[in-house]
Design a protein around this ligand. Sequence first.
Ligand code: COA
Length: 335
Amino acid sequence: MEVKKFNQIGVSFKGSGSYVPDQILTNQEISKKVNTSDEWIKSRTGISERRISSVGDNVTQMGYEAALTAIEMANWDVKTIDLIVLASSTPHDLFGSAPSIQAKLGANNAVAFDLTAACSGFLFALITASQYLKGGSFKRAIVIGADQLSSFVDWNDRRSCILFGDGAGALAIEATNEFDNLIGFDMRTDGERGSFLNLQSKNIKDSIIDNIDFLSGGYSPVQMNGQEVYKFAVREVPIILENLFRKTNYSPDKVDWLVLHQANQRILDSVGDKLKISGEKVLSNLEKYGNTSAATIPLMMDEAIRSNRIKSNDIVATSGFGAGLSWGAALIKWG
Ligand code: COA
């Protein structure tokens, strides 16, 4: 049986970091490729431009850069990191990219692994890492969300390619025996509605030798039923957050910031309205980055922390949602 090393009751938040590729693709530029317009994309999604990986950018590299900046903010010696969890649906290595990030960081006392839950991935990874910390097994963890969906969308499908971009974000979290700044959380999945959003393997039948088949690898581009995903998000996200407020004896008026998965400005506005959280508290940067999947929440938090919007002791309600279908929420106190 695993021996509990530390007597911990909670986690605190010590640092944030992020990274996006340099290459920018604007709406006007996409309209040279597919039949769309800046006006259509802007009014339906709020997105103006997104970052697209080029040679040298991949989930390992982006995740490493984000983790490094979070570690610098936390002022940690990399050797003191016990755990690295990478949330990604587009790893550079399908066997797992987190150990490569560990190696690049030189965090050789940490254990590192990948976790996949699409756009809910960062939240699921944060909650997973927190449980190891609260359980007393580990003290310091880096949680990363990084995705490179530009490699997996169909650049001829105007209904989906306009939405996505690439990037990474990370948080540094530490176990504490005094308080718990992960005030509460909830996680849900519904595989029955999984067909609304997929990135499936092709599994094309081929043969090894006569009479012995195998299914060749590779992935089909992202398939999305935009309207159903939209309806799912605007229905489920307010419900999971309302339930979380009830469970934790919090209410929307005690929330300083709402940090939602950055999928669509209309989804952000609708959730904010339903929860009666005023617009200026609903953080948004999707105009610049689009939907970076597992990266959106830490990318948004890092921007808000570094621009002094999210400050120590601020209450942040956050929710991730997406393929699976999966969705989750967490209420945190920054610091
Ligand atoms: N440019 C111009 N026209 C477009 C277009 C584009 N990029 N994409 C779709 N259209 C057209 C459609 O073909 C349709 O035309 P039609 O009426 O002639 O058939 C029309 O616009 C309306 O399409 P619809 O799908 O109803 O648009 P919408 O208002 O639902 O917006 C999304 C589409 C994708 C922006 C929206 O559904 C959405 O954001 N859904 C959530 C997706 C999401 O967040 N996914 C990730 C979750 S993690």
